[in-house]
Write a protein that binds this ligand. Structure first.
Ligand SMILES: [Zn+2]
Length: 152
């Protein structure tokens, strides 16, 4: 089996949500060989930085938190659907209703977000899944959307 790591590189000047300085990772070297200690770095990082998952608590009061999630679920066969042809910035139920998505599939939508020039700063026109698309996935039985969009 071929394994793809889709994690973004975490670095100080990486693109973060709305270019907010408070969301940029901070690397603080607290020890190094010049001072006679081992090299150590502290990292301050907003958990919505780079490649990440949003837990239900992010949007739902009293929603599930990361400690309830088995991270091994993130290493799994996956269906990737190429939606780079979409010119609008929203993925709706109509856009995905005919895709071969089955209950408990782990899915990724490839969008034009992947080709955005990060040197241009935050892309306020980024592509996202709207409520109708989330509801459709929830109704199919996609576990992630069933948890995250339980309120619908
Ligand atoms: Zn997030």
């Amino acid at each position: 089996m071929k394994i793809h790591d889709i994690s973004m590189l975490i670095e100080p000047e990486m693109m973060v949500y709305k270019d907010a300085d408070i969301k940029k990772p901070i690397f603080d070297v607290i020890g190094n060989h010049q001072t006679g200690s081992a090299h150590e770095t502290n990292v301050t990082l907003n958990i919505h930085t780079g490649t990440h998952i949003d837990m239900p608590l992010h949007m739902i009061k009293d929603g599930k938190t990361l400690d309830t999630f088995d991270i091994r679920r993130m290493i799994t066969p996956c269906k990737v659907f190429d939606l780079t042809y979409l010119e609008k910035n929203v993925i709706t139920a109509d856009d995905i209703k005919d895709l071969p998505i089955q209950k408990d599939d782990f899915i990724l939508f490839k969008t034009r977000n992947s080709f955005y020039d990060k040197s241009q700063g935050f892309d306020y026109d980024f592509v996202y899944l709207d409520e109708s698309g989330a509801k459709l996935l929830k109704n199919i039985g996609n576990q992630w959307c069933r948890d995250r969009y339980a309120r619908y």
